[in-house]
Design a binder for this molecule. Sequence first.
Ligand SMILES: [Fe+2]
Length: 383
Amino acid sequence: MTEAPSERRRSHLVYDEWIESIGIPVHRGHYISDLREVELGWWEERGCNAAFLQLKGMEGVSEARIVEIPPGVTLPPLKMPIGETIYVLSGSGLASVWAGEGPKTSFEWAPHAMFHVPRYAYAQLSNARGDQPARLLHYNYMPMAMTVVPDPDFFFKNPYEDPSLLYGQGEDLYSQAKAVLGRGAVDPAAEREGATRDDSMPVAAHGGATWVGNFFPDMAAWDKLSPYRHRGAGGTSVNVRFPGTNMSASMSVFDASMYKKAHLHGPGRVIVIPRGEGYSLLTEPGKEAVVCPWGEAAVFTPPGGWYHQHFNLGTEPARYLKFGHLPQFAGAGDYRHQIEYPDEAPKVREYFEAELAKRGRESLMPDVVYKDRDYEWDYGDGD
Ligand SMILES: [Fe+2]
């Protein structure tokens, strides 16, 4: 019998040794309730307080680290031969990005902003406030990269330049993202907003438009969403692709007192909450579910091959932002399975209803979803 990925003993990775050598906290487990409160340690070389996350579902695929910039401080520039996506947990500041001897592009960020730093580009981050620190979540694929090239200096002292990667994107590097329809995508709302078509781009999971850009100023307020009919709860989502890279992100939004369908795929995804209150169940097939309670700035990581399912206990729509959709870990066939509502264990619904009852509320899931496997939510778009 094959062991589940979580139980398989992973050989020690060069990446694991590298982060241990830095001497700052490394946080483990399935989830962290609030990344704004998590313990950090001083990282002299980077001039900041920081911590690494080694949560269960990251499985040597992805890096997530928390960086806190002291009040009024500008960090040393950082350049890596791999791209990195940054999400703002708290505080506000300025980012300057450049490549080679080229001009600097600067932009301001505030809580819930998300931006991408392309490989070989320098990024320098400043805290604009003199009275409070700023906290950021950085996401990349360093553990895999360091397994293939086991020399940390290759990643942090690499003189290779490719300014065309940054400047080849045109002048609006960190301006508004643009909607693009990938191969076979259908999205009337995005088309009305001037989406372009690019058949070389794969279609997003929800079948609609993909938003391409390096800067998303506020993921808690982002409202360009497409119906995600397949995953239930009347949910909508946005699929994001960063230019010139395979790195991407997506965010799902769903209403109060509702929950999504359970599904599974490969490892490496890191999910952070821009807004909302609820919990997710992470379930290794055949085992008891792990409950991950969440609110703003919570993080959790579904391990590869584990079902995960998201529940909104709040009074407003909740949103969860997902980093890491590399095609190698998308899963295929049974490894990309979804459980329809009529097929789920009754205790899934019972637990949700009990949690809502504690808050004096009831589930708004229509009863028909537990009977009709093909039930489709009405998105009011005539489909
Ligand atoms: Fe998922």
